[in-house]
Design a protein around this ligand. Structure first.
Ligand code: GDP
Ligand code: MG
Length: 157
């Protein structure tokens, strides 16, 4: 836990969560939001958007050289996604723990209570995304949302 140096309060952190196309088409949205709120996260912002190939490729730019990249982009553009900004102490690692390992098939045996175990299918169609570091959380939150004086806005439609 990160604590404020002067007041000792636990510092809150934000992360980018996303319900992927299989999560929305499989009607897991409410179940996943219940798990989020039941684990003590606040949902600061939420938006349903349909990524095009350009935006999905940008979001997953770190994987551009991987053999599964084209398939990943096709999957991520197959329907709308729900992007959410979650906030809590240690939000980044807590959300990663709650979603479980990347391969949903493996998650079913190693982390049976995880969201990917409950809602995902395999190493690609794993239902949810979570930022993996403070740097990627900052990048991914600003990929979807802008927080200016007039409040939160979606960066695109
Ligand atoms: P994450 O951080 O747990 O989501 O996993 P990665 O950053 O390694 O990969 C990003 C996304 O690419 C994953 O969530 C999957 O949807 C997909 N992916 C990862 N590994 C594979 C793979 O081996 N095969 C396929 N088809 N997709 C994968
Ligand atoms: Mg990742």
């Amino acid at each position: 836990l990160h604590r404020c140096r002067s007041c000792e309060a636990v510092e809150r952190e934000r992360t980018l969560a996303m319900i992927k196309p299989d999560g929305l088409s499989g009607n897991y949205k409410e179940k996943i939001k219940e798990a989020i709120l039941g684990s003590g996260f606040d949902i600061i912002e939420e938006a349903v958007v349909h990524l095009d190939a350009e935006r999905a490729s940008l979001f997953y730019a770190e994987h551009a050289d991987r053999s599964f990249f084209n398939s990943l982009v096709k999957y991520m553009t197959s329907g709308p996604v729900c992007a959410m900004v979650l906030e809590s102490p240690d939000a980044i690692s807590r959300w990663r723990n709650l979603i479980g390992p990347t391969d949903a098939r493996k998650a079913k045996t190693s982390h049976p209570d995880s969201i990917r175990a409950m809602c995902g299918l395999d190493s690609e169609k794993n239902c949810v995304h979570g930022s993996d570091s403070p740097q990627s959380a900052a990048r991914e939150i600003s990929f979807f949302f802008r927080d200016d004086k007039s409040g939160w806005r979606l960066c695109f439609h």
